[in-house]
Design a protein around this ligand. Structure first.
Ligand SMILES: Nc1nc2c(ncn2[C@@H]2O[C@H](COP(=O)(O)OP(=O)(O)OP(=O)(O)O)[C@@H](O)[C@H]2O)c(=O)[nH]1
Ligand SMILES: [Mg+2]
Length: 139
């Protein structure tokens, strides 16, 4: 399963990515895409593995994808939404800021949530419209 991390600028995306993956290797590099794969610990698999003693034990994996700056909308809907990089994710993690940060406005989680949500909805709409145009052309 691949999960794409989204959120407005400064919301805490990198922090969440690093907490989830334990990967602190590229701290400070905002341009590059980052992908972290973790194995999901599962006591049931451990038990089954004990019983059947297979040659290999493979846990479920979760991939966390954090798009670099170029692959995401910059801020609060003022610029074109461009979360194209997370388009193939199975689900999105939406990181919302609820802490004070020098240089940013007071936290406003509800507004931030709907700002990004609307960007994503517009992106979906644009995608659907393109698709319809293509279908029309083919018909
Ligand atoms: N107080 C507080 N600070 C946080 C929290 N999460 C992140 N920060 C801090 O907020 C700042 C921004 O966090 P980042 O994880 O870099 O945010 P980001 O969304 O990756 O930012 P951009 O990549 O610039 O869009 C950093 O200084 C973090 O240490 C939190 O839950 N509480
Ligand atoms: Mg970041």
């Amino acid at each position: 399963m691949k999960l794409g991390i989204t959120g407005l600028a400064g919301s805490g995306k990198t922090t969440v990515f690093e907490a989830l993956t334990g990967d602190f290797s590229e701290a400070g590099n905002k341009m590059e895409n980052r992908l972290g794969t973790i194995r999901v610990p599962d006591a049931r698999i451990d038990r089954l593995s004990e019983i059947f003693n297979p040659r290999k034990t493979i846990y479920a994996q979760v991939e966390y994808f954090l798009p670099g700056k170029s692959g995401r909308a910059k801020d609060s809907g003022k610029e074109d939404a461009s979360w194209t990089a997370v388009r193939d994710a199975d689900a999105l993690i939406h990181v919302i800021r609820n802490f004070n940060m020098f240089g940013l406005e007071e936290p406003n989680p509800a507004t931030d949530f709907s700002t990004l949500d609307q960007d994503l909805i517009l992106m979906d709409l644009a995608q659907a419209e393109k698709r319809i145009e293509r279908m029309d052309a083919e018909a």
